[in-house]
Design a protein around this ligand. Sequence first.
Ligand code: CMP
Length: 509
Amino acid sequence: MSLHLLVTDYRLFTILVLLSACLGFVLLTALIWALRTRAESLVPSVRLIRNIVLPTAVLLYLSLFGAKLEPDSFVIRLLESIFWVEVLWVILMLTRAVLVSRRENTPWKSKIPELFIDLVRFSIVVVGSGMIIAGVWGKDFTGLLATLGVGSLVLGLALQDTLGNLMAGIALLFERPFQVGDWVRVGDLEGQVSELNWRAVRLRTRDQDMVIVPNSILGKERISNFSRPTPLHATNLYVGFSYDDPPNKVKRILRQAALMTQGVRPDPSPVVRTKEYRDFYINYQVKMFVEDFQTLPDIEEDFMTRVWYGARRNALTIPYPIRSIYKTDMPPAPTAHRADSLRQTIQAVPLFAALSSEEIGSLAQDSVLLDFAVGEQVVHQGERGDSLYIIRRGEASVSVASAPGQEREVARLRSGDFFGEMALLTGEPRSANVRATEDLQVIVIYKEALRAILENRSDLARSMAKVVRERQSALVQVENQNKETTREPSSIEEQTLSLTARIKRFLAI
Ligand code: CMP
């Protein structure tokens, strides 16, 4: 009874409504603060309720019960419609917040595509608008749709493309030929899917361009997905070699080059096939498997580069059409020129500086020149070896395996430096790995050629023993870095002498 009295008094009623609104405002503000730390994505929706929906509700309430406007009046219907549109707006925001934020957090929800979210939101708008039209304005929504029938035919024709895209998009959603993040080829276009929405698919190409392919075009094109069913992808490359090169040797070198290329999977292992006999070369197919489709062009480039170096080192020829050009002023024979330049490089090594020109000549005569691409390994730790390398051009890194899967660099060697002498002189396995850190050209001197020189050159054997000893002690230091260092049992001089004796014994000189 008293409440009835209270609400019939206009001023008291207004105060009551305003007080409740203030209370609601405070409670919603508290909720926003609480959500900020836990569910950030819900904050904008609650803020919308507090700042817009609540004031509209208060205004509607006051107009209806305070100012006593007729519920059927235009103002009340308008206010009611505004209120419900705002509620619809909040629902749309909440849907997006829930679907999108979860999509970021959990893997299975990451599969909810943009198109699905758009469809849910679109349905909410259609159903909500229908309810407002029918509930607030008293219009028959289905009748309205029927009235729109003829109009929608016209609209449908006008929106033919857009609807086509939407339908194709829905078909893609069910068929799921690809997902966001997959690498695909559509027609002659290659790219990574970055978004799938109701109208089109966005692809990011290797050139970092965004290409938008309408869904209706996707529906007609052939789609290749390189990321499904697994990210494993086989690439086929073709290389031509001379008719003079035995196919089995070529296939071995190509397989090695593929296995040494970073990014190529050892399993399934690369396959090399003799493909066809062409006019001036034999064509070989190399099929290798990669997992990272994005870097495929780099992997292919790296492989092709390695093929050149591998071919050069193994005296294989990548032929090209030959034209004969006759010149009257013939250059000096290439072999004589090559021998000269090898002699110069050998003589530039301080250790060999004292050798006579005949001795240098005999070393140069039996040596070979090899090229390595940056990143290629020249010497493998633990392997046997009877060759010594003099760097003619480029730079190499010497490193030792300190723990399984770990390596520590012990030295950088440059033009004029040599390596590989330790295994050659002592017969022990290679003490370290040596890799090219720049394109590298080395002269390889073999055991027999060096032995012939050392036979008459005790001084050289001793100097080499000194280098070996110094390098060995540097390796021991690296090994003991984390351990307590032990005092060397004998002097440097004594060690060099005993090493010299050991070298002589090993080489039988
Ligand atoms: P070898 O053991 O035949 O193969 C690896 C080569 O790395 C080795 O010979 C040396 O030539 C070289 N090497 C090893 N340790 C060092 C070092 N501390 N400084 C420079 N070169 C080294």
